[in-house]
Design a protein around this ligand. Structure first.
Ligand code: C2E
Ligand code: MG
Ligand code: MG
Ligand code: MG
Length: 284
């Protein structure tokens, strides 16, 4: 219920909504200083091979340790950073930090196989003209091979994408960087469109994984996953599944041909040391 109080001012009779708006405003204005003060940090969540359970890589997930509100998840501030454009320097920081971490893991596990790092990119970053240059710089400075980096872009960010938007992704793919289509299955993209996109990985959204939690698994979800996996593999795309919380889900998704998985069943997002010890555990 909004009532005009003259001019373009509105009075609202919803104190909770007002409180949320005030918090949002406060968080938005605090973002730039938070970046300068180093209040952001990254948690890493392992991606494992469904075949043998070994660690394939890790996804970098940003958090904000806010002096008053405590640790805030990305859903609380990424949309605000997107809106103000702060996502560009923040995203650059995440990329730099995550790539350096991955380089460090490689160094610690010279024979530790291909430990890869996944970093999320938001739509504003995709539209930013400095994207390819920033990523090239970060890789050059760290010495990480482009093939060890995977950029996650949501399916919805690429729906209806024109050549201008795809060009930087194509350049990155040509450099050897992997591009993953995140939250796949939640948008309504034309499956035939996949051929046009420079992606090499599909990340199936958690909503599909949820259907595998029931006993017996939801037969419709199973058919859908089976169909997506077969289409993806025929296009030479790998399939990762998100949100695996139980052994039964993992087994079902493995049987359906998914390649890698991520979820609380394996590990929650955590400090970088955790990835290190998981890789060491594989090695013994
Ligand atoms: P996403 O990329 O789809 O990341 C997966 C989300 O699922 C993460 O939430 C993760 O903590 C959560 N998750 C993982 N396993 C499970 C599970 O088994 N069960 C359940 N219920 N959840 C699970 P988180 O960390 O809150 O991140 C939310 C979203 O914020 C991410 O979704 C991503 O889109 C965005 N995000 C995170 N870090 C960044 C970043 O550095 N840059 C940008 N642009 N976006 C980011
Ligand atoms: Mg992601
Ligand atoms: Mg995802
Ligand atoms: Mg998701």
């Amino acid at each position: 219920r909004a009532k005009s109080a003259g001019g373009n001012r509105y009075e609202r009779a919803d104190p909770e909504a007002d409180a949320r708006a005030i918090t949002r405003h406060g968080l938005t204005t605090a973002l730039p200083a938070a970046l300068d003060r180093g209040e952001f940090f990254i948690e890493y969540q392992p991606l494992v091979h469904l075949g043998d359970g070994t660690v394939h890589g890790a996804e970098a997930l940003v958090r904000w340790c806010h002096p008053q509100h405590g640790v805030l998840g990305p859903d609380r501030f990424i949309p605000l950073a997107e809106h103000t454009g702060l996502i560009v320097p923040l995203g650059r920081w995440v990329l730099d930090e995550a790539v350096r971490q991955a380089r460090f893991w490689k160094h610690r596990h010279a024979d530790g196989g291909p430990l890869r790092i996944n970093v999320n990119l938001s739509p504003t970053q995709l539209h930013h003209p400095g994207l390819v240059g920033d990523i090239t710089d970060v890789l050059d400075r760290s010495g990480l091979a482009p093939g060890a980096l995977c950029l996650e872009v949501t399916e919805s960010a690429l729906i209806g994408a024109d050549e201008d938007l795809l060009k930087p992704l194509r350049q990155l793919a040509e450099m050897g960087v992997d591009i993953a289509l995140d939250d796949f299955g939640t948008g309504y993209s034309n499956l035939a469109n996949l051929r046009r996109l420079p992606v090499s990985v599909l990340k199936l959204d958690r909503s599909f994984t949820r259907g595998m939690q029931q006993h017996p698994a939801d037969p419709v979800d199973m058919k859908i996953v089976e169909g997506i996996v077969s289409l993806a593999h025929s296009l030479e795309l790998a399939v990762t599944v998100e949100g695996v919380e139980t052994a039964a889900q993992a087994e079902q998704l493995r049987a359906l041909g998914c390649d890698t998985a991520q979820g609380w069943y394996y590990a929650r997002p955590g400090a970088p040391d955790r990835i290190h010890s998981l890789v060491l555990a594989d090695a013994v």
